[in-house]
Design a protein around this ligand. Structure first.
Ligand SMILES: NC(=O)c1ccc[n+]([C@@H]2O[C@H](COP(=O)([O-])OP(=O)(O)OC[C@H]3O[C@@H](n4cnc5c(N)ncnc54)[C@H](O)[C@@H]3O)[C@@H](O)[C@H]2O)c1
Length: 283
């Protein structure tokens, strides 16, 4: 199936990054937000990021303006009627997403693809209230979407194979490195990374190793590009704890549960880079 026009629902941190990728790749893109102000805020950010790419020589002069011109904004689902692919990047709540998918289904063509960027919810459950669950697929981008190459293309229980392959090919058109996987808790990366980071934090206490030495250990002993404490600070401890709780709820494996030290830090607002303090301080 040919994708010409795209919509992104929810232009928060992930949605605005995904919309930026789509317009940069040449797709007419409609961004849907709850209010015009939220839409304009996202558009201003996309404009700034693309202008910076021109300054850095990563994009030809004028290509930024041409890309931004491909982005239109709306608060009204009716404006998504002629889109071939809708990527939902709204608040992480099953009720919110199920409601959105019902509203989307009412306006788009029967063959339009509906993708969710959920990190921790089941795509099958999101699709379960739709009339055509075979056109629903997961497209799990990583944060920040314009910079992280991976996209997990998630096959829900009833996803049609052609829909799945079209989502895969679209991710490639965005310049990404997609992978194919089933709709299991945490998909691939979070299923592995979350318990692994939790183990690293537990080792901090068990082995009496300093934060700096833990990072040194995994960088120089395991070849990680950055240590686990640095990585957790980059991801954001609140995001990690939330994803960890969601995985634990589904899998009930003790390693999935956030270690008390992490939960305490997140509650105290030590969220990592974004709050200025996590395992390290950022001035
Ligand atoms: N932040 C990450 O690291 C990350 C990574 C991968 C995937 N995700 C997933 O992407 C999705 C969006 O996350 P985010 O970090 O961009 O969040 P965000 O808070 O930055 O943005 C959320 C968006 O949802 C919209 N929204 C809120 N309530 C809504 C409602 N009731 N109906 C419709 N829209 C609503 C907001 O206006 C906003 O555009 C989530 O499903 C999240 O799990 C996040």
């Amino acid at each position: 199936m040919e994708i010409a026009k795209v919509a992104v629902v929810g232009l928060g941190s992930m949605g605005s990054g995904i919309a930026q990728l789509a317009v940069e790749a040449g797709f007419e893109t409609v961004g849907r937000e709850l209010t015009p102000e939220l839409g304009e805020k996202a558009k201003a950010q996309i404009t700034r990021f693309l202008a910076r790419k021109v300054e850095k020589g990563q994009l030809d002069a004028g290509a930024d303006e041409a890309a931004v011109a491909r982005l239109s904004l709306t608060t009204d689902f009716a404006d998504l009627a002629d889109c071939d692919l809708v990527i939902e990047a709204a608040f992480e709540s099953l009720e919110v997403k199920q409601q959105l998918f019902s509203e989307l289904e009412a306006v788009v063509r029967p063959d339009a693809i509906l993708a969710s960027n959920t990190s921790a919810l089941s795509v099958t459950e999101i699709a379960s209230l739709t009339e055509r669950p075979e056109r629903v697929v997961g497209m799990h981008f990583f944060n920040p979407a314009p910079l992280m190459p991976l996209v997990e293309i998630v096959r829900a229980e009833r996803t049609d194979e052609q829909v799945f392959e079209t989502a895969y090919a679209f991710a490639e058109r965005l310049g990404k490195q997609p992978i194919r996987c089933n709709d299991t808790p945490g998909f691939v990366v979070n299923r592995i990374l979350i318990p692994l980071l939790n183990d690293c934090v537990r080792v901090l206490d068990e082995a009496g190793v300093s934060v700096e030495d833990l990072d040194k250990a995994m960088k120089f002993g395991a070849g990680w590009p950055m240590g686990p404490a640095t990585l957790a600070d980059l991801v954001g401890l609140d995001i990690h704890v939330h994803a960890s709780e969601a995985l634990y709820e589904k899998l009930r494996e003790p390693r999935m549960a956030p270690p008390p030290r992490l939960a305490r830090m997140a509650t105290a607002g030590k969220l990592g880079r974004k709050s200025g303090e996590g395992f390290y301080r950022y001035d």
